[in-house]
Every structure is written in C-alpha cells, then in structure tokens.
Ligand binder design. Sequence first.
Ligand code: SAM
Length: 182
Amino acid sequence: MQGDPEVAVLRLGHRPGRDERITTHVGLTARALGADRVILAGDGASRADTVEDITDRFGGPFAVDTVDSWRPTLRDWDGAVVHLTMYGEEVQTVESEIREAHRERRDPLLVVVGAEKVPFDVYETADWNVGVTNQPHSEIASLAVFLDRLFEGRELDREFEDAEKVVVPQAVGKRVVDAGDE
Ligand code: SAM
C-alpha cells in the first residue's frame, strides 16, 4: 500500500479447468486487501486479463505480472518471503516479526500461495512458513487473513485511484456510480 514497501503475491501452480476461479480470486483478494501486485505463474497467467479488467473498472494501483516459471521470481526476490501453508508457524505467533521486517526494516514482501502440493524447496527458501490455523482450507482465505494481519486493518480504508466505477456502501441494495459522480 502507499508508503509501505511492496507486497507482491506469487501464485504457484494452477490446474487448468479446476483452478480458474481460485486463481482469479487470489488476484482479486490480493488487490482488494492491500497487496501491490500479483504474479501468476505458468497456466495461471490465463487469469491475468480478468484481474486487470477489475483494476481498470474499480481502480488501483495494482499490477498483474505473468511468468513462465515461478522459480526465478522466488530465487531472485530482493526482500523477505512468506509462504502460506497449513504446516507453518501460527500466524498469530510470527505476524509481529513479519510486520517489523516489512515496515521497519523496509523489506519488500513476497507472499507465496500454492494450489496443489508445493515443492519442499519453497519451504526452505521462505523466511517464514505461516499457517492461518493449522487446518486445511484455501489459498484465498489464508491470503485474506494474512494481509489483514500484515496491514492491521489499514487496507480496509484504502482509496483506489483512477476507478471508472465506485460502489457506494448501502445498508440494503446495490449502488454503483461513475467515479466522477461521487
Ligand atoms: N497441503 C497444502 C498446504 O500446504 O497448505 C494445502 C493445499 S491448499 C488446497 C492450497 C494452498 O492453500 C496451499 O498451498 C496454501 O498456500 C493455502 N493454505 C491452505 N490451508 C492453509 C492454512 N491453514 N494456512 C495457510 N495457508 C493455507
């Protein structure tokens, strides 16, 4: 988010057919909850247009990058790496260390989420393997909770720039207006 070092989300793996909505939602969740960029690897690159379309309509800044292979991104990352996995250390135990690295040491953060089995070298490369509970659930849920803990709720007040459309919060009903008409 503005003023913070970069937070990028790296989506590993994508099973064509099965993971279309999940990979899209990893990108949309990253954007909505304060990350600056999503990196879609391999077949996941097919979801880039959908995420970019939402950014065009509802604002940014938010970048979508596509790469053939995730390994160089992970290997060459100049900052700290958090891998979200049900086998990791509890988020509530390590969140303050991660915030300190990000906000005080000013380390750019790469947040890695998987799809199917994640190769073991990812666990070894990560600075933190983090579990959002140690129960199996999903990359979308773990990403949302992790980003909220990282930003301590500040992401909920983020203003998106250059939007075409803005949702006006309603107790009941739906109201979407052109950005200029707010
Ligand atoms: N066995 C996998 C694991 O390592 O967490 C579960 C695979 S799950 C279908 C796909 C992705 O969801 C994982 O690669 C991980 O990024 C994320 N995930 C699932 N449960 C999680 C949890 N409790 N904490 C953090 N991330 C989780």
